[in-house]
Design a protein around this ligand. Sequence first.
Ligand SMILES: NC(=O)C1=CN([C@@H]2O[C@H](COP(=O)(O)OP(=O)(O)OC[C@H]3O[C@@H](n4cnc5c(N)ncnc54)[C@H](O)[C@@H]3O)[C@@H](O)[C@H]2O)C=CC1
Ligand SMILES: O=C(CO)COP(=O)(O)O
Length: 324
Amino acid sequence: MTAPIGIAGAGAFGAALAIALAKQGQTVRLWARDRAAADMMAKTRHVQRLPGATLPDTVSVTAELAHLSVCPAVLLAVPMQELSRFLATHGKMLDGRSLVACCKGMDLTTQKGPTALIADVCPSATAMILTGPSFATDIAKGLATALTLASTKEVASQQMQAVLSGPILRIYRNSDVIGAELGGALKNVIAIAAGIVMGAGLGESARAALMTRGFAEMVRFSVSLGARPETLMGLSGLGDLVLTCTSSQSRNYAHGLALGRGDRTDPSITVEGVATSQAVLRRTMALGLLEDLPVTSMVAQVTAGSITVPMAIQALMSRPLKEE
Ligand SMILES: NC(=O)C1=CN([C@@H]2O[C@H](COP(=O)(O)OP(=O)(O)OC[C@H]3O[C@@H](n4cnc5c(N)ncnc54)[C@H](O)[C@@H]3O)[C@@H](O)[C@H]2O)C=CC1
Ligand SMILES: O=C(CO)COP(=O)(O)O
């Protein structure tokens, strides 16, 4: 019998991956930090953040992280800004395993990506990132989804690709961890901007322009940090940008829509692009690249409440004219 796959974090994405992997024939141990929530999920087989989905019998739900100690591979599906806290508490127990970060973003305090945070706390672990265009609801329904698995460890990466792949999940390998991480992190920022554009009634032509200029920013910033431009042209980058900027299923896009319309936003919803825009802004200022990231800079300022949507639009439209 093969070892179970561990998943830490039983929100929408962790639960969706658990369902898909179970349907693909794997045994899964799904950890939720909240005991009451874990008990409820184990009993009802339903997931609060994934309405309508049912956990297969081969997914066991636990509130004891020690129950994942039999798993040689653990997927970490907690929000980006919680990863550091999670690792501080549980990192020692998880060290030595293959740890696959499933979060998208840049840590606000350190401006590091998920695999660097893992490496800091779990030096003997093999850190990988799983990212790409993938709504949890689609995965949970068993709809075919293609994802990027990035790692610098070729053999471990091939093994993990085989473990995660099946009729639902099609996994592509990439050794460019920085590019894969930044593609997933930055597309959320641009998706907020795309939502603002649509919410403010600027129209689909403006959204297409915003996506294109936003993508140029994503490539510029990522390359300046050592990413390969081709990675940004792939699933984690262009692929996820297209999905997230054009679907109201996206929480980042929906957050932008609400801002553009002047509606209230719900702070209980995971919207990774907000903190990531601030983290990228800090990193950009340290690198002296602020001029190169006008859209990200506007998103950071609008979401922080330091400028209004009309001010951001005015600032973007009045920038010096330049070549494409
Ligand atoms: N929902 C989606 O469609 C997709 C989500 N992702 C990424 O997955 C990551 C997680 O997102 P979701 O599952 O959608 O969010 P979610 O808001 O549905 O769930 C987050 C889960 O993490 C748990 N959590 C929060 N802080 C924690 C901590 N310190 N320790 C342990 N558990 C903690 C929460 O209790 C909750 O169960 C994000 O980075 C997101 O960008 C990636 C692809 C698709
Ligand atoms: O990352 C996602 C799709 O690939 C999910 O996007 P949201 O976090 O904006 O819902």
